[in-house]
Design a protein around this ligand. Structure first.
Ligand SMILES: [Zn+2]
Length: 388
């Protein structure tokens, strides 16, 4: 799965705790606590159930093999993205599947196509590697599992579990490829569909159509999940897919508006200069009356911008009523500025990836105003309503 960075940040916040289990090819691999729980749970249950540590070991190895296949799938995305100069922040094994958090998504349709399809291709590749072995040694077991999947009324022979190991891995990879190829965001199939449509009808329209198809599919998943016994998780995934589809379209429309403008269009020439020795109440009082929400802090002597007061920090100050403290105690450092001629989309990306809510704008070396995320959001919604 390749969610947008903003979405994956949000998902990550929801998922709270994940641990780094290692770094491969320069990309940290993290695991959500629920997976560890599942791992320990499978071990304990299989040991308690059988009293045989070998069976418990078998289950543990199976789970490790499943993890590995999911991680390899995500590396398929990450390493293909690297070919196009896009780095991956991390790979997370989450309860809703593997997630590769790409720093950005390649916008050239053909690049997005290859990045998206690389994941499922890894699983197909694993299947191809397994096939010769399975044909010789375990084809009956492969068919047993197929009977179990297709009828749901077939049980595997417990005494011969060892023989089912690779057949299970085989079917797992087929289902990983198939599930991810569903044409809905943020699944790979959604991105593949969008990239192919983009070649013909442009990215915005392509996203809209791909989002509609994804939402239709999501509704099917929800209904099917409610109807099917034990299909609760399917419905949850359906809801998730539905929300993600509309978010994807909204973000792409947002970006397409940004791309047509520059810093000049959202520039605010009037703004308050906060000094490090000012009481923080100077900023919170201005925030209360509304227009300014984020502030730049200036050096008293040379007048250079040295830091930022972000809105969430000011909210904390207001909650704790720490109005007499000094601005410098709440300031975060600032290492970025923008030119008035810069494309608005680049400006927005700069702000997103570094977590800035306000930036100083320069024209020929002179500070001429500020841009903040609130202004950008309002500008875009104004453009939207003017179009309607
Ligand atoms: Zn994927």
């Amino acid at each position: 799965m390749i969610p947008r960075l903003e979405q994956s940040n949000m998902m990550n916040a929801l998922m709270t705790k994940s641990w780094r289990i290692g770094t491969f090819a320069g990309i940290p691999v993290k695991i959500h606590w629920s997976f560890l729980l599942m791992f320990v749970g499978a071990w304990v249950l299989s040991y308690l159930g059988s009293g045989d540590w070998k069976i418990a070991l078998w289950y543990s190895l199976l789970i490790i093999a499943i993890f590995t296949c999911v991680v390899l799938h995500e590396y398929g995305h990450a390493l293909t993205a690297r070919k196009y100069g896009v780095e991956t922040r991390d790979i997370i094994l989450s309860p809703i599947g593997g997630i590769a958090r790409l720093e950005s998504l390649p916008e050239k349709p053909i690049q997005e196509f290859f990045v998206a399809i690389a994941g499922p291709l890894v699983n197909v590749g694993i299947c191809f590697v397994l096939v010769p072995y399975l044909l010789y040694f375990a084809w009956d077991e492969v068919m047993d599992i197929w009977r179990l999947i297709s009828t749901g009324r077939y049980s595997l022979e417990p005494s011969g579990m060892n023989a089912y190991f690779f057949p299970i891995i085989f079917w797992l990879n087929i289902s990983l490829a198939a599930f991810n190829l569903l044409p809905a965001f943020p699944m790979d199939g959604g991105r593949i569909l969008r990239s192919l449509l983009s070649l013909k009808i442009g990215r915005l329209r392509a996203t809209q159509i791909a989002a509609y198809i994804g939402q239709g599919l999501a509704i099917c998943l929800i209904i099917w999940g409610l109807y099917e016994e034990g299909g609760f998780m399917t419905s949850v995934i359906g809801v998730f897919v539905f929300i993600m589809a509309s978010q994807e379209y909204r973000m792409v429309r947002f970006e397409s508006i940004l791309a047509k403008h520059t810093g000049r269009d959202v520039l605010r020439p009037q703004f308050t200069r906060i000094l490090p020795e000012d009481q923080i109440s100077r900023a919170t009082n201005l925030k209360k009356i509304g227009v300014e929400r984020n502030f730049l802090v200036f050096d008293e002597l040379d007048g250079e911008v040295i830091g930022v007061l972000h809105e969430p920090t000011l909210l904390e100050v207001m909650k704790k009523e720490e109005f007499n403290n000094l601005a410098k105690d709440y300031m975060s450092p600032l290492f970025e500025n923008i030119l008035v001629t810069e494309n608005l989309k680049d400006i927005f990306n700069k702000m997103q990836s570094n977590g800035y809510s306000i930036l100083p704008v320069f024209d020929e070396g002179q500070l001429i105003g500020i841009v903040d995320t609130t202004t950008i959001n309002e500008f875009v919604s104004l453009q939207n309503s003017l179009k309607k």
